[in-house]
Design a protein around this ligand. Structure first.
Ligand code: AR6
Length: 176
């Protein structure tokens, strides 16, 4: 297992799976979700729409994940997960964020994915402070990846600021 930090537009990456920071409808949105839908083409929206609703309008509850093909993306799969909206940190946000990483990795492993890239789930529109999200992401990945030596995980920043935060959290987790 390896974890590294990169700066990139996630839709351009030629890996087995990219993770989408979606919303519970799975019908697209702004941020990385919008970019992924634009790059994957309309079949992605059709595939998402075809996923069953677990309650009215909800195809993926917060903290869970779903998988679709990547269609026109270089990535073979898109793993859609729904991060928590930040409400100050005392509404279960860290556990829900950890569940996103766990659920996404579990789906990846079930599909024999060997390379996967995560965006900074919840750190955009959903308002999760990156300094708090990064250690949770990395700790959860490390715990979940124990025993999966062949999986390559990349954390994808979309700005230098986010890259520095992710790299610092990764360095802290290896030196500890
Ligand atoms: N490649 C990599 N990272 C990106 C890209 C990209 N192309 N575009 C944005 N980011 P956000 P959230 C970064 O808002 O906070 C959507 O409308 C971005 O800079 O995409 O989980 C959904 O439909 C930030 O660091 O996701 C939901 O309604 C990170 O990705 C809601 O936003 C996540 O920002 C989800 O909000």
């Amino acid at each position: 297992m390896s974890i590294s930090v990169i700066t990139a537009d996630i839709v351009r990456l030629d890996v087995d799976a990219i993770v989408n920071a979606a919303n519970e409808t799975l019908l697209g949105g702004g941020g990385v979700d919008g970019a992924i839908h634009r790059a994957a083409g309309p079949r992605l929206l059709a595939a998402c729409r075809a996923l069953p609703e677990v309650s009215a309008g909800v195809r993926c509850p917060t903290g869970e994940a779903r998988i679709t093909p990547g269609f026109e993306l270089p990535a073979r799969w898109v793993i859609h997960t729904v991060g928590p909206i930040w409400h100050g940190g005392h509404h279960g946000e860290p556990e829900l964020l950890a569940r996103c990483y766990r659920a996404s990795l579990k789906l990846a492993m079930a599909h024999r994915v060997q390379s996967i890239v995560f965006p900074a789930i919840s750190c955009g529109v959903y308002g999760y402070p990156p300094e708090l999200a990064a250690p949770t992401a990395i700790t959860t990945l490390r715990e979940t990846l124990r025993g999966s030596p062949s999986l390559h995980v990349q954390l994808c920043a979309f700005s230098e600021h986010m890259r520095a935060i992710l790299q610092r959290a990764l360095d802290a987790s290896t030196s500890g």
